[in-house]
Design a protein around this ligand. Structure first.
Ligand code: HAM
Length: 420
């Protein structure tokens, strides 16, 4: 029986997991500096949560969700994104009572039944960030600054594109103008656009069909329909980004694939990943908390796709393996092996990553293993060394060697020397 991983589901191997660990480390540290707390939410939720938040007529809900009926007869779905699940938890636990503004992040797998390609999987991972409780443009700018800083600290080059999708006051006027424009060209548009014309007109702007794109020359654009409040909000977001010297491009065609957005939306775009160019994306969703049965609180967030980010890092630095060990103890003979076994534990208690060969093979075989484990140091303990009460510490990079006394404090001493 030869069972393989499902299409679009990927193993992250020890030889490549280093970039993932780096992304998580840098992100956690950065999010902490911006006042974010981690929240961990389940991967399985009621299907209605995603229908109600992402929107019944979005591609995600219409075509891409892993939905099934569980043993109780309830419809459940593997989360296709993090925002809905985090907001469900926010509402369920009344987190708004703890702090006036909640800054939350979560890291984990999401599931969408899309056609797999480079940078697009069916199980993918997001760093997902939400700020709940403020509609101030400063929060929008701060969040984009954090996303920008994350990618800068990781050494990844992206561009920031922003737009405003308006609010329930101005969006209907725009939808009407857009519908009128599309209706006049209906017979020249693809089936998808014709369907969206009825259900979700904004989404037609995202159509990749070249014929449709041609038809959309001169299409009315949302920024021209914003109400005074939305226009001021967007203007202030731009002013604050300028103040922070964060470069951005306004993209009036950016509509996003989830229905909950209002006002500011943004995407972090790369030219280095082919078709899947969005490394991260997000925006404001001022009506969503209330829509999910919570208080009337505004919110904004973004998510970075970890597969896309680690692909970019691998293009820059090559695949990064899980970190190797600090020390490999090469022990020859029964007595030395016993001493080495104790020393592995002492070293670990003192914070070192220590390994030895459990099978006690030849010196050459043990040195080979030390190489395989990328040990920075090797401690050699043969019968001769043991008789002299010493061990030899070799720095594998410089090949420098020194003799160390086999005293009770050796574990501690090794930690000091190796961590120097
Ligand atoms: P999204 O644009 O659907 O937004 O996804 C955010 C990011 O997740 C994308 O830019 C991409 O990097 C990554 N991503 C999405 N689908 C896939 C896939 N099939 N394979 C690999 N990576 C993928 C959201 O999910 C929103 N919840 C973001 C947000 C948070 N908005 C407000 N708060």
């Amino acid at each position: 029986m030869n069972i393989k991983a499902l299409k679009g589901f990927k193993d992250i191997l020890p030889t490549e997991v280093g970039s993932w660990q780096r992304v998580e480390r840098v992100a956690r540290d950065l999010f902490h500096r911006y006042g974010f707390a981690e929240i961990r939410v389940p991967v399985l939720e009621s299907t209605s949560l995603f229908k109600r938040s992402i929107g019944e007529t979005t591609d995600i809900v219409e075509k891409e969700m892993y939905t099934f009926t569980d043993k109780n007869g309830d419809s459940v779905t593997l989360r296709p994104e993090g925002t809905a699940a985090v907001l469900r938890a926010f509402v369920e636990h009344s987190l708004h009572l703890l702090q006036p503004i909640q800054r939350l992040y979560t890291i984990g797998p999401m599931f969408r039944h899309e056609r797999p390609q480079k940078g697009r999987l069916r199980q993918f991972h997001q760093l997902s960030v939400e700020v709940l409780g403020s509609e101030e443009p400063m929060v929008d700018a701060e969040l984009m600054a954090m996303a920008w800083q994350l990618l800068t600290e990781l050494g990844v080059n992206v561009s920031l594109e922003i737009n405003s999708l308006g609010c329930p006051e101005c969006r209907p006027n725009y939808n009407q103008a857009l519908r009128d424009f599309i209706d006049a060209r209906a017979e020249k548009l693809c089936d998808d656009c014709n369907r969206r014309r009825q259900t979700n007109p904004l989404r037609v702007l995202d159509c990749k069909n070249p014929n449709c794109q041609e038809q959309y020359q001169g299409v009315p654009l949302l920024p021209d329909f914003l109400c005074g409040g939305c226009r001021d909000h967007f203007g202030e977001v731009c002013r604050l980004l300028d103040l922070l010297a964060i470069p951005y491009k306004k993209n009036a065609f950016m509509v996003r694939g989830l229905d909950y957005y209002t006002r500011t939306t943004f995407e972090l775009i790369t030219r280095d990943l082919g078709a899947q160019s969005a490394v991260g994306a997000g925006g404001r969703y001022d009506g969503l908390v209330a829509q999910l049965g919570g208080p009337k609180l505004p919110g904004i967030g973004f998510a970075v796709g970890m597969e896309r980010l680690t692909l970019l890092l691998e293009q820059l630095n090559g695949p990064q393996a899980d970190s190797g060990s600090d020390l490999f103890i090469v022990a020859l003979g029964e007595a030395a092996r016993n001493r080495a076994f104790l020393l592995t534990q002492e070293g670990r208690r003192n914070g070192l990553a220590v390994l030895m060969d459990p099978a006690g093979r030849s010196m050459k075989a043990q040195m080979k293993q030390a190489d395989k484990f990328q040990a920075r140091y090797v401690l050699i303990m043969g019968e001769e060394e043991l008789a002299k009460g010493i061990a030899i510490l070799r720095d594998m990079a410089s090949k420098a060697q020194e003799e160390l006394a086999l005293g009770d404090e050796l574990g501690k001493e090794l930690a000091v020397r190796i961590n120097k």
